[in-house]
Design a protein around this ligand. Structure first.
Ligand code: SF4
Length: 326
């Protein structure tokens, strides 16, 4: 359960002299969004809740806020991302209410297998516990590094599903704290270093090597399926933080230079059903890297990332995770 700091948000809105605001929320904070709307209305601020599902700070509804005549946007659930926004935006990250030390304590033996010089990485949800984790590990004799990361992340040590810059440090292994496999998998693939994911909710620890191999096998299968494809739809996103037009153009150029037909496309919510009816043999998603990786089973046509296109065309041999670097 996350707490949304209504009083603090109200204070910031008053500073902005906002009279009407739009709230956007990820799936898991819908009720909190509704309570926040009630609270703001009680305090004299007209509030509209966006019903569109939001997956990241890369997709702020500032354009919609402006269209609705709002003076500000409240973006719940994600930390600040450096983007050019059309209205003042208050990012309200959701910090998980779970302790991380018990899970670290339970898995000390596994953590020691990473080496003495380790890097810590986590998602925004647990970032407030990173310093505590660092102290705990340093007291146990580790040299702990926390990478700065580039301008796409908000805090040192934070990784996104599209950005592992904070994990690229001179360590022997990476200790990832958090739930889910996508982020630690990305860390393992992006750094090529032993990566142990410790889940503070379950207390489980998982080495990512085998998971990474499994994922790479699946991705090679996608590349093989696309090998004979002649016509490619290359899709970029109209979401602000996923709009990679230059990269999408580069992919189109590469495909054309290598004798394939390629057409540049743009979509907001990239999903296969919306693409039914186009005459393409395969697609390349040049937007959120999670779309082709997480959702490919729902696509009837092969769907690749830009780096996978390079492999397909024989321009690269080693597998590389798609990243959006800041
Ligand atoms: Fe997350 Fe994808 Fe947005 Fe990156 S592009 S922040 S992985 S939703």
């Amino acid at each position: 359960m996350h707490e949304v700091p209504g009083g603090e948000i109200l204070g910031k809105l008053r500073e902005l002299k906002a009279r009407r605001v739009l709230i956007q929320t990820p799936e898991g904070l819908k009720r909190e969004a509704q309570s926040l709307a009630d609270f703001l209305e009680e305090n004299g601020i007209e509030t509209i809740i966006s019903g569109d599902v939001n997956y990241g700070a890369c997709d702020p509804a500032d354009r919609e806020a402006r269209l609705l005549g709002c003076d500000a946007l409240i973006h719940l659930g994600h930390s600040y991302m450096q983007l050019h926004l059309e209205v003042p935006t208050i990012f309200v990250p959701a910090f998980a209410n779970v302790e991380v030390i018990p899970a670290l304590e339970k898995n000390m033996e596994e953590i020691r297998r990473l080496g003495k010089k380790i890097a810590l990485a986590t998602t925004a949800q647990h970032i407030h516990k990173l310093e505590e984790a660092r102290e705990f590990l340093e007291k146990r004799g580790f040299e702990v590094l926390v990478g700065e990361g580039d301008s796409r992340v908000s805090w040192p040590g934070q990784v996104l599903g599209c950005n592992f810059s904070a994990a690229r440090v001179d360590a022997e292994g990476i200790l990832f704290i958090g739930a889910g496999y996508f982020h630690p998998l990305g860390v393992a693939l992006a750094t090529g270093k032993p990566t142990l994911a410790v889940n503070p909710y379950s207390g489980d620890a998982t080495w990512m090597e085998r998971e990474a191999e499994r994922l790479i096998r699946k991705r090679w299968a996608q590349i093989a399926r696309a090998m004979d494809a002649q016509k490619f739809g290359v899709i970029t996103s109209t979401k602000k933080g996923q709009l990679r037009l230059a990269e999408a153009r580069r992919v189109v150029r590469l495909l054309r230079e290598n004798g394939r037909y390629a057409r540049l496309m743009a979509m907001n919510h990239i999903n296969y059903p919306a693409l039914e009816g186009f005459d393409f043999d395969a697609y390349v998603v040049v937007a959120c890297p999670r779309v082709p990786m997480d959702d490919y089973e729902n696509w009837r046509k092969p769907v690749l990332t830009p780096t996978e296109v390079e492999i397909l065309l024989g321009l690269r041999e080693d597998y590389a995770f798609d990243e959006i670097l800041g």
